[in-house]
Design a protein around this ligand. Structure first.
Ligand code: FES
Ligand SMILES: [Fe+2]
Length: 359
């Protein structure tokens, strides 16, 4: 495996080697190197209608069967959804359970994942052991939003604190999911190409004519944190902007949108009407899915300002990213250079990819 190198000095740096997008070996290696140590959005507290909600983490890529449960005390837990006997999937649809009972041979677990009983196992030695419990994963919540991590090598605080602090005034608990406004797109491009396009506003005047009318491109700034970054969208005069409290470091600015990206694949777009969460799901080296999950705060502001007409912006982005996918397969293109003023976010992303891939 080659080592990826991104010079820390953006003025000297070359962009990520195309091998990362092209080669199946790096697509696979990224599972353990980039995705397992970090955090993933899994849904929100409202999705638990009963007390057991099965789901697949990074469907089409990591494919890890997990289960979210809520016990009598209201405590949420995230655990493996695989029976510790012969590997059957335990819960196959959202439901309300007293305890978790495997439908294959009857092994039972508590809602905390602890082993309870197993038929016909009296003679088995050293049983039960720790390995008979369902593996519990860490769960992190921000308001209603829930996140987990397969390995949690990097603490959730290190990943989310910068965004949480900056948005401390935003009423996360009041967000409502609006299913009709949520959707999923298939993009014929490597997942990282989709992310790096998101990470620069450089292309806005070229690719998004409509959005360019609303955002003041000259004022568009990028701030880098350890595992996340922020693009601040400043509205043009008269556009719908946030009513910021004095405690916000942006108080006095006409902020139309906060575009936070969290490594490796999550985008949190805050608009005066609410939050549009985008999750990029790798599918193959040349295909990804993008989930748009819509959380509304204020219906009256929907379809206004920078957060209106997101579908048009999305189609424009997909088209350009799919073209880049074809470009990175070229034998004549290995990597390019960065604009020092306009591509700090993309440079940050590539640097993190190199850092994690080289471990
Ligand atoms: S696989 Fe679950 S009890 Fe056998
Ligand atoms: Fe774009």
């Amino acid at each position: 495996m080659q080592r990826f190198f991104i010079d820390a000095n953006i003025a000297r740096a070359h962009t990520l080697d195309t091998a990362f997008y092209r080669e199946p070996q790096y697509f696979s290696a990224a599972k353990e190197k980039l995705f397992a140590p970090l955090w993933q959005y899994i849904g929100d507290a409202d999705m638990l209608q009963g007390n057991a909600h099965p789901f697949t983490l990074l469907d089409g890529y990591m494919n890890e069967p997990l289960l979210l449960t809520k016990d009598e005390a209201g405590i949420l837990r995230c655990m493996s959804n695989v029976c510790t006997h012969r590997g059957n999937l335990l819960v196959t649809e959202p439901c309300k359970l007293h305890n978790i009972r495997c439908k294959y041979h009857g092994k039972q677990f508590g809602l905390d994942g602890g082993f309870m009983s197993m038929p016909e196992f009296k003679e088995v030695e050293d049983f039960p052991s720790e390995a008979d419990n369902l593996h519990n994963l860490l769960l992190f919540n921000w308001g209603k939003l829930l996140f987990t991590s397969l390995q949690a090598t990097i603490p959730a605080q290190a990943v989310f604190a910068d965004m949480m602090q900056r948005m401390h005034w935003f009423p996360m608990d009041k967000l409502r999911t609006v299913k009709e406004r949520s959707r999923e797109f298939t993009v014929k491009a490597n997942w990282a190409l989709y992310c790096e396009n998101y990470l620069e506003g450089f292309h806005i005047p070229f690719v998004h004519a409509g959005l360019n009318q609303v955002l003041d491109f000259g004022e568009y700034t990028t701030e880098l944190f350890r595992y996340s970054n922020l693009q601040l969208g400043i509205g043009k005069k008269g556009d719908v902007c946030f009513d910021l409290p004095a405690s916000s470091p942006d108080y006095g600015k006409e902020v139309a949108a906060y575009y936070f990206w969290v490594f490796p694949n999550m985008m949190f777009n805050f608009y005066p009407w609410g939050l549009s969460l985008n999750i990029v799901l790798p599918q193959s080296p040349d295909e990804c899915k993008v989930q748009f999950i819509t959380y509304v705060l204020d219906d009256s502001k929907l379809d206004t300002g920078a957060g209106s007409d997101l579908d048009t912006v999305e189609m424009e982005d997909e088209e350009i990213v799919e073209q880049v996918q074809r470009g990175v397969l070229s034998r004549f293109y290995k990597h390019g250079r960065y604009s020092v003023t306009r591509e700090q976010g993309t440079h940050h992303f590539h640097s993190l990819i190199a850092e994690f891939m080289n471990t």
